[in-house]
Design a protein around this ligand. Structure first.
Ligand code: SF4
Ligand code: FES
Length: 255
C-alpha cells in the first residue's frame, strides 16, 4: 500500500445505451482511503476520467445513507458488495485491500434493462406499486385517527419490518430467476398486517402479482438468496404471507 491508501484495479461495465452490447473496461485508481465509501471511490474514478477527457461512468445514487434504494451495483458478483445489511452507498473501502481487482456491474435482469453503464430501468417496481401498493383514504374529515386503532404488537412489528424495504432491487439482481417476490411480498405484507390495509387487501395482492408477472420478473423457487443479499433484512416469511394472501384472494375473487 502507498503512504496514502490503496491502489485498485476496477473492471467496470460500460454500455452506451440499451441498444449497445456493452463491455468491461479497466481503470486504475490510486491512494484510495479505507474510510471512503464505495461511491466516493467511484467519484474519484470519475474525476480521473473527466480530467483525462473521457466520459465518466454513469451510476445511480441519491441519499447516500441507505434510504432511497437507488445505488444499485453488483460488486464482485454480489448485490451491494461484500458487506451484509448495507447498501452500496454504505459500503466502505475498508472491506477491500491494496492491490484488489473489483468488478462493478449493473443489476442483471430482463425486467431491469440497462439504460447506460451501471444505471438500470427499475420503473417496473413503480408500476407494481401503482397496481396496488397503497391504501385509499377517506378524506371526508370523518377519518378515524390511525393512532387510535389498537394493533397487536407482533403485527405492528412485522408490518414495520416489511415497510423498511427501500425498493433497491438487490433481491431481483441476486435471484437466479430474477424474481421480484421479496420486494412485492414486503409491500403486500406491510399493508396486509394492518387494519388500514385490509379493506383493499384482495384486489391489492391480485393486481400487484399480475403486474409483477407482466413486467417479466421470474418465479420464486425458494432459493433464499434474496433474503441473504437484501440490505434491509427483509424476511422470506413475507413471501409465505403473500402466497397465503394470494391464494385466499384467488379463491374468493370473481376476477
Ligand atoms: S426486499 Fe430488500 S433487496 Fe428487495 S427491493 Fe426491498 S430492500 Fe431491496
Ligand atoms: S444512495 Fe440512497 S440508498 Fe444508496
Amino acid at each position: 500500500m502507498t503512504k496514502n491508501g490503496m491502489n485498485l484495479t476496477l473492471k467496470v461495465w460500460r454500455q452506451k445505451s440499451d441498444k449497445d452490447k456493452g463491455q468491461i473496461e479497466t481503470y486504475q485508481v490510486n491512494d484510495i482511503s479505507e474510510h471512503m465509501s464505495f461511491l466516493e471511490m467511484m467519484d474519484t474514478m470519475n474525476e480521473q476520467l473527466i480530467s483525462a477527457g473521457k466520459e465518466p461512468v454513469a451510476f445511480d445514487h441519491d441519499c447516500r445513507e441507505g434510504i432511497c434504494g437507488s445505488c444499485s451495483l453488483f460488486i464482485n458478483g454480489e448485490a451491494h458488495g461484500p458487506d451484509r445489511g448495507v447498501t452500496t452507498c454504505q459500503l466502505h473501502m475498508r472491506k477491500f485491500k491494496d492491490g484488489d481487482t473489483i468488478y462493478i456491474e449493473p443489476w442483471r435482469s430482463k425486467a431491469f434493462p440497462v439504460i447506460k453503464d451501471l444505471v438500470v430501468d427499475r420503473t417496473g417496481f413503480d408500476r407494481i406499486m401503482s397496481a396496488g401498493g397503497f391504501i385509499s383514504v377517506n378524506t371526508s374529515g370523518n377519518t378515524q385517527d390511525a393512532n387510535s386503532i389498537p394493533i397487536a404488537k407482533d403485527d405492528a412489528d412485522h408490518a414495520f419490518d416489511a415497510a423498511t424495504c427501500i425498493g433497491c432491487g438487490a433481491c431481483v439482481a441476486t435471484c437466479k430467476n430474477a424474481s421480484a417476490m421479496l420486494f412485492v411480498s414486503a409491500k403486500v405484507s406491510q399493508l396486509a398486517l394492518l387494519p388500514q390495509g385490509k379493506i383493499e387487501a384482495k384486489d391489492r395482492v391480485l393486481n400487484m402479482v399480475e403486474q409483477m408477472d407482466a413486467e417479466g420478473f421470474g418465479s420464486c423457487t425458494n432459493t433464499g438468496a434474496c433474503e441473504v443479499e437484501c440490505p434491509k433484512g427483509i424476511s422470506l416469511d413475507n413471501i409465505a404471507r403473500m402466497n397465503r394472501e394470494f391464494m385466499g384472494a384467488s379463491i374468493t375473487s370473481d376476477k
